[in-house]
Write a new protein. Structure first.
Ligand SMILES: Nc1nc2c(ncn2[C@@H]2O[C@H](COP(=O)(O)OP(=O)(O)O)[C@@H](O)[C@H]2O)c(=O)[nH]1
Ligand SMILES: [Mg+2]
Length: 249
């Protein structure tokens, strides 16, 4: 169960997309939830928007401001390090556009309760009938290709490494996995999972298959205004190769 959880929300030029109403609703629904909104050197009105929201939250929403744009990976890493000091039992990150609705925390919580040994819970966009996984078809196909390559790279039967909703047990292993900056800008998720896999194997003798739980989402939506472009897909492939070569060493 996720009794206490601090979610890091990386925000880069999110003034138009940030929906304070939906975040506020989640705070009402999940009493143990806190938010850390990281403004990643935005050049729009993000700072004002998130500060105004934090001011209404009775201390449950904090903001962190990076002077310059450092990229999602670094904004999440710095935010998660900060969140580890919040005292919450779990810390995670969640995309600001709420492509994964925060209602999914119910599923995350149920998964944690079902798997007593879970140390990481990651959202998984499995397109099944009866669920609302609303993904642009091109991105779906490219995403499935990438996910397969990522699974091979990690040597882990993971279905979806790239969903922007992930939650981790706030422990020393996570702290150490966040120590070094990530080499990749967009696929730091893969790097983080690899670091955790290696650390779990070293400290417990068991791999991520024992601790990592994928949570199939009931709903997920491609939200307009994404800053990911076609060339990022190519770059992600190159970054996978780097991660792969590191594993071989
Ligand atoms: N920190 C940071 N976050 C970013 C950057 N670009 C996007 N994000 C954040 O990363 C999350 C996902 O971004 P989005 O553009 O929706 O990407 P997509 O959903 O993967 O297409 C959002 O919370 C963004 O605010 C960036 O350069 N820096
Ligand atoms: Mg998005």
């Amino acid at each position: 169960m996720l009794e206490t959880l601090t979610l890091v929300v990386p925000c880069y030029n999110e003034a138009n997309r940030f929906d304070a109403g939906r975040f506020g609703e989640a705070l009402g629904r999940f009493p143990g939830l806190q938010l850390l909104l990281v403004n990643d050197g935005s050049s729009d009105g993000t700072e004002a928007v998130i500060s105004a929201f934090a001011a209404t939250s009775a201390g449950r929403v904090r903001t962190l401001s990076l002077a310059q744009n450092r990229g999602k990976a670094e904004a999440v890493r710095v935010g998660m390090q900060d969140a580890l000091g919040s005292g919450a039992a779990w810390v995670g990150f969640w995309d600001a556009d709420l492509a994964t609705p925060l209602e999914a925390l119910e599923e995350f919580s149920a998964a944690a309760a079902r798997h007593g040994e879970a140390r990481a819970l990651i959202g998984s966009r499995v397109r099944l009938l009866g669920r609302e996984i609303d993904r642009n078809p091109v991105r779906h196909v490219l995403g499935r290709m990438f996910a397969t390559a990522a699974s091979v790279t990690l040597d882990l039967p993971v279905y979806d490494t790239q969903c922007g909703a992930k939650i981790f047990l706030a422990d020393e292993t996570l702290r150490s996995a966040l120590q070094e900056p990530f080499a990749s800008r967009w696929i730091f998720d893969v790097e983080l999972l690899q670091r955790l896999d290696t650390a779990w194997l070293r400290t417990t003798g068991r791999r991520a298959t024992a601790y990592l739980i994928e949570v199939p989402l009931l709903a997920w939506q491609d939200v307009k205004g994404s800053s990911v472009r076609g060339r990022d897909f190519l770059r992600a492939g190159a970054e996978l190769a780097v991660i792969r070569s590191r594993r071989a060493r």
